[in-house]
Design a protein around this ligand. Structure first.
Ligand SMILES: [Zn+2]
Length: 261
């Protein structure tokens, strides 16, 4: 499947064709490829990052930790649900970009994402192959311990406290909050993917922040080559462990990187 390349956006650097060829060569000799993505991938679709959303509009008056933590939910669940209704609407309005579609066109690539949106799935990625390290915003789960989860209808997003139909505890967004552990199953799948990877493509995420740094380091020490796709010249940008850095938007770089010969 060929994915159209988006027109070049003048605000971003022009991709260096020689560096692109090196990266394509690395992928061509890789039996196992992992795409590890973060907020930058979805920001190109218009989903504001947590930080950007929490520092704009009416949300500037709240401490971001109050909007996304068990303590914040206990203190003011209505506020937290209002924040998530806002975030859910932003995700529902967004559409997958060319980078999501380029990944969907390569079912051989394992997908590990820190993003809580479903843009990879909506681009056509098989849901069973997307590992969501930080959970999913389009689902609720039980805030008790019964483990119940249920999907949210994107057409009917309301900030309403609901009870778990199984145990009666409050339902909450099925995302990982500040101070919470990552879902063990997702973490184990991510670690296994990193262990077996020949190449990891790091997309739109700072390599300096845990857990990204830990997973990329793990892949690196297990022998994987690391390709970083990031439009910004971030000084922390995996400088100690990237083999190839592709400066550019994911929507431009990934179709060029992943399309057929
Ligand atoms: Zn429950």
């Amino acid at each position: 499947m060929s994915v159209p390349i988006e027109p070049h956006d003048q605000r971003f650097p022009v991709l260096d064709p020689a560096v692109l060829q090196r990266a394509r060569g690395m992928l061509a000799t890789s039996a196992s490829i992992v795409a590890f993505s973060g907020a930058g991938l979805s920001a190109e679709s218009g989903v504001p990052t947590f930080r950007d959303a929490a520092t704009s509009g009416l949300w500037t008056r709240y401490d971001p930790a109050r909007l996304a933590s068990p303590e914040g939910f206990a203190a003011d669940p209505d506020l937290v649900l209002a924040w998530y209704a806002d975030r859910r609407r932003a995700v529902a309005r967004a559409t997958p970009n060319a980078a999501h579609r380029a990944l969907a066109a390569r079912p051989d690539i394992a997908l590990v994402t820190q993003n809580v949106d479903d843009l990879l799935e909506r681009a056509g990625c098989d849901p069973t192959r997307v590992v969501h390290l930080h959970g999913r915003i389009d689902r609720d789960r039980c805030h008790g311990s019964c483990g119940h989860e249920e999907p949210i209808d994107p057409a009917v997003i309301v900030a309403e406290l609901r009870r778990c139909p199984r145990c009666g505890a409050l339902l909450r967004p099925a995302v990982v909050w500040f101070g919470e552990a990552l879902p063990p199953e997702a973490w184990e799948r991510a670690v296994a993917a990193m262990h077996s990877a020949d190449t990891v493509i790091v997309i739109g995420t700072s390599g300096a922040v845990w857990p990204a740094a830990g997973l990329v380091d793990l892949a690196r020490s297990a022998g994987a080559g690391i390709v970083v796709v990031n439009p910004d010249a971030d000084p922390d940008d995996n400088k100690d462990h990237a083999d190839i850095v592709l400066r550019g938007r994911a929507g431009e770089v990934l179709p060029a990187l992943l399309s057929g010969p």
